[in-house]
Design a protein around this ligand. Structure first.
Ligand SMILES: Nc1ncnc2c1ncn2[C@@H]1O[C@H](COP(=O)(O)OP(=O)(O)OP(=O)(O)O)[C@@H](O)[C@H]1O
Ligand SMILES: [Mg+2]
Length: 300
């Protein structure tokens, strides 16, 4: 399914996966205290370190991601954690989002040995301006100057560099659709169906808690068995995509976002839309990577 992507992009996405560290749980009180000491030392080490880095923050419905690139746009470090601080682009737990971002930032600073001071962030298409400002405020409150806010499909396309076609971002909460013509986003839409719905369907069918369903769903050994349960949700995603692209001459659909990782997702969307559908090898980190590429920090 990764036909059509240039090999350089595959190398970049592999490097991204290697740079990313899952951040599985909140730091304990003791760890936080320890961390502060380390941060004092980090500050002393600062200097030109990190002068030309680019940083991206993606506050998603399911995963919050912090990604750091060097001046050549190569990923050097990053961290992510499952957290429900944002719902469909709206910050629903402001304090939780700030605390989580501070933790991810501290973890990445420890990996890198210098402090992060700036970042870009993203928003799903159609989110009101006030909500976009709230997202930028989370960055500021976590100690990051917000240099840019970019809509997520534009961010994803900074990585994919599609000239004509559609980018579909199936995250936790929503399916975002962007149509590109001559490399420009000409249409966007965002609808409330995403990976969370896959988990809810599994939880309902197997009569298990959401968290357990989420674990089963992302376990490669379980995904074939669970496919019949989630296929109707995939078909719904396909129907959403088909409806939004109907008025545009789209020949190729590129799928990003964590829910696109479910095996078979590309085939179902291709069947429903009748359009060639490509799932790049590491769809989860494409939007965060593109957000980081849009960090407009200048130290001039
Ligand atoms: N291997 C996997 N197979 C299937 N689904 C997966 C896999 N890994 C992650 N997911 C799902 O991907 C979703 C998260 O994707 P992503 O990080 O793109 O969303 P988000 O940006 O947090 O949400 P949104 O964009 O809707 O705000 C979750 O529902 C998660 O369960
Ligand atoms: Mg997302």
């Amino acid at each position: 399914m990764s036909a059509g992507l240039n090999p350089q992009l595959e190398t970049l996405l592999d490097a991204t996966e290697r740079a990313m560290r899952p951040h599985p749980r909140p730091l304990s009180y003791e760890e936080r205290g320890e961390d502060k000491k380390e941060r004092g030392e980090d500050k002393k080490e600062r200097g030109d370190n990190g002068a030309n880095i680019r940083v991206g923050v993606d506050l998603g419905t399911a995963y919050t991601v912090l990604m750091v690139l060097d001046e050549h746009f190569q990923p050097v470090a990053g961290a992510y954690r499952f957290a429900q601080v944002v719902r469909d682009g709206l910050v629903v737990d402001f304090i939780g989002a700030i605390d989580l971002l501070k933790e991810l930032k501290r973890g990445v600073e420890r990996q890198l040995g210098f402090e992060l001071t700036h970042a870009a962030t993203g928003f799903p298409p159609g989110v009101p301006r006030a909500e976009v400002r709230a997202t930028a405020n989370v960055l500021r409150a976590a100690g990051l100057e917000c240099t840019n806010v970019v809509d997520e499909p534009t961010a994803a396309n900074a990585v994919l560099q599609i000239r004509d076609g559609a980018v579909v971002d199936v995250g936790g909460g929503t399916t975002g659709v962007a149509i590109l013509r001559d490399g420009q986003v000409v249409y966007t839409a965002d609808e409330a169906t995403g990976g969370t719905h896959f988990s809810l369907v599994i939880a309902g069918a197997l009569d298990i808690p959401f968290e357990q369903a989420e674990e089963l769903k992302t376990d490669p050994r379980e995904q074939a068995r669970l496919f019949p349960l989630v296929e109707p949700v995939m078909e719904k995603v396909g129907t959403i995509v088909a409806r939004h692209i109907a008025r545009y001459p789209v020949n190729e659909i590129y799928m990003v976002g964590g829910a696109s990782m479910y095996p078979g997702m590309g085939q179902v969307v291709e069947r429903i839309t009748g359009i060639k559908t490509i799932v790049p090898p590491r769809p989860l980190f494409i939007t965060p990577l593109g957000i980081a590429m849009n960090d407009k920090y200048s130290n001039q």
